[in-house]
Design a binder for this molecule. Structure first.
Ligand code: KG4
Ligand code: ZN
Length: 338
């Protein structure tokens, strides 16, 4: 079965073709970052308008890349939610219209299920069951995964998502959106141990997270540093040291909770997915932790950690193989628990 995947939930138009037998055939992405950068974040109306321009040309691109014709597509998968409603509407309408015109089924996919299953696009096999850490701009969740659609929420952020905290701290340090990769780059220049930021909610039992206090702590550190130096703009080294301390605190917090989740569930496989799972320090800390626990860590290649069409084509394919498909209506779900 060849599935066309369409991802338009936020600021990337991601299109891919996945073959249930041969694996990923092709994928293409258009990122709108340059368009939103001046606003410091995604402008929903601009995002929707741009997706409209991109989807069909990118579909032609993935067909060309794979060397197949549209007649060979067996089904269409699109992101149904969660995300920006106007942006979701573009992918849903185009996906369903194409499926209807071509006389093939369509299926609406949960964006976070797409992220969760993205490591399965890699060659190293991932077998059920496992513990998954989903860390994106909108979600920070620990999930026990028994199979496709068999998800038990173990814990989640009670306030900001980890990616959101990266983005907000980046703005405090005068870095461009999206903040995660910018903080990671700046942190490499930072001095270890100059600041120690708190590891929120790690001193009490449970698997929930909280990142908003860490954000406030960062803001206060920035203010204190400026005051001590008697300046209005932070020096480059101060910014790097703060970025490093912030990243270390997020990484340590996520690592402590992942270890706890493995111990509580008795699972020996940890999967990380979502934009923040591209973070190299996080990967290194989790690699060291799983080794001690006698477990393994799996993740997707960096371009499949952030939003992409391949994960939607893959997740849609699994849903279709399980006998699921849409009715005729187009109903994006901007807020949707997995
Ligand atoms: O999964 P994603 O592309 O979109 C959502 O579904 O939210 O995640 C985007 C988030 C942003 O907050 C971005 O700053 C963060 O992932 N991110 C990173 C890195 N790359 C992306 N955070 C930390 N380190 C990175 N290398
Ligand atoms: Zn995402």
């Amino acid at each position: 079965m060849i599935v066309l995947g369409i991802e338009t939930s936020c600021d990337e138009t991601g299109i891919a073709l996945y073959d249930s037998q041969k694996g990923l055939l092709s994928d293409a992405l258009f990122s709108q970052i340059d368009m939103h950068i001046d606003y410091g974040g995604v402008v929903p109306e601009l995002a929707s308008r741009d997706h409209i321009q991109r989807v069909l040309p990118l579909i032609n691109e993935v067909l060309d890349q794979a060397g197949i014709s549209k007649e060979q597509i067996d089904a269409v998968a699109y992101t149904r939610g969660p995300g920006l409603v106007g942006a979701l509407m573009v992918g849903a309408c185009i996906g369903k219209a194409l499926a209807w015109a071509w006389g093939i089924p369509s299926v609406g996919v949960h964006h976070m299920e797409g992220h969760l299953l993205a490591p399965m696009l890699e060659e190293t096999p991932v077998d059920f069951p496992f513990v998954a850490l989903l860390v994106s701009g909108g979600h920070t969740q620990l999930v026990q995964v028994g199979g496709i659609g068999r998800y038990r929420l173990l814990g989640e952020s009670v306030d900001d998502a980890a990616g959101e905290a990266f983005d907000k701290v980046a703005a405090m340090l005068g870095l461009d959106y999206p903040g995660g990769p910018a903080i990671a780059r700046l942190a490499e220049q930072g001095q270890e141990g100059r600041f120690r930021f708190p590891r929120p909610m790690t001193d009490r039992p449970g698997l929930d997270f909280s990142f908003s206090g860490l954000k406030t702590f960062t803001l206060n550190t920035v203010a204190k540093c400026k005051q001590e130096a008697g300046v209005t703009e932070l020096a480059e080294q101060d910014r790097a040291d703060i970025a490093r301390a912030f990243e270390e605190a997020v990484v340590a917090t996520l690592t402590i909770k992942c270890r706890r989740a493995l111990q509580q569930t008795g699972m020996k496989q940890l999967i990380i997915a979502g934009g923040v799972s591209a973070n190299k320090s996080l990967r290194a800390a989790l690699e060291a932790m799983v080794e001690k626990e006698g477990a393994v860590l799996r993740y997707a290649r960096p371009q499949f950690c952030t939003d992409n069409g391949a994960m939607i084509a893959y997740a849609g394919c699994q849903r279709l193989l399980a006998g699921q498909s849409d009715g005729p209506e187009v109903v994006p779900v901007p807020r949707w628990p997995m």
